[in-house]
Design a protein around this ligand. Structure first.
Ligand code: HEM
Length: 170
């Protein structure tokens, strides 16, 4: 998946260069096979190539990934009318279905706070610390629905906070 996105936006040679810099085996093609160390090596190398920090690269990757996930799980995106309802369905609908098809998948859990009609706070909880990827996927949702959504990553464990929080406003 990572390689598809890089190849479609750039080219095969760019991907080979990134793999070379990251010193990661090219067999890694879907998100599930990456351990965190390889994942960060790859986003570090890819980000360097594209002039982004690793976090910016993860975010970019998430944004590019969302519509492709819709292709892998047909009918999933179409079930929802807007970004807000899709984000609220992650724990109960979307990721459980992913795990049903791929029992070894690692999916995050979100906690929802202060849920109103057009705003809420989401906490990202996962053994993987790839909250920036979550941020990009959220942006991918707003792209998909053609909505303007405020997504603020107000607290982040990578910045020394205790947890990763996103303020969502639609
Ligand atoms: C159609 C919608 C979606 C589908 C089909 C989907 C599916 C998946 C799949 C297949 C994985 C990889 C699991 C693995 O093998 O390790 C994953 C991981 C992940 N998903 Fe989703 N996802 C969807 C929407 C979203 C959205 C909107 C978010 C935004 C918050 C999100 C957040 C994540 C994150 C952060 C991970 C990385 C694993 C982790 O951090 O623990 N997903 N998802």
């Amino acid at each position: 998946m990572f390689n598809d996105i890089v190849v479609s936006r750039f080219d095969e040679q760019t991907w080979e260069e990134i793999l070379g810099h990251a010193r990661v085996d090219g067999a890694y093609t879907s998100l599930g096979n990456y351990d965190d160390h390889d994942m960060f090596a790859l986003v570090g190398a890819a980000g360097h190539h594209m002039g982004m920090t690793p976090q910016e690269c993860l975010q970019w990757l998430g944004r590019e990934m969302l519509p492709r996930l819709g292709g892998i799980y047909p009918g999933m995106l179409e079930r929802f009318q807007n970004t807000f309802s899709m984000l609220k369905a992650l724990n109960n609908v979307i990721h459980p279905e992913v795990v049903r098809f791929h029992p070894d998948a690692i999916v995050p859990v979100f906690h929802y706070y202060e849920v109103g009609t057009d705003s809420m706070v989401m906490e990202y909880c996962s053994a993987r610390g790839i909250c920036s990827f979550a941020h990009g996927l959220m942006q991918g949702c707003s792209d998909y629905f053609n909505e303007t959504v405020g997504i603020d990553h107000t607290q982040c464990r990578h910045r020394g906070d205790e947890r990763c929080l996103f303020h969502i406003t639609t």
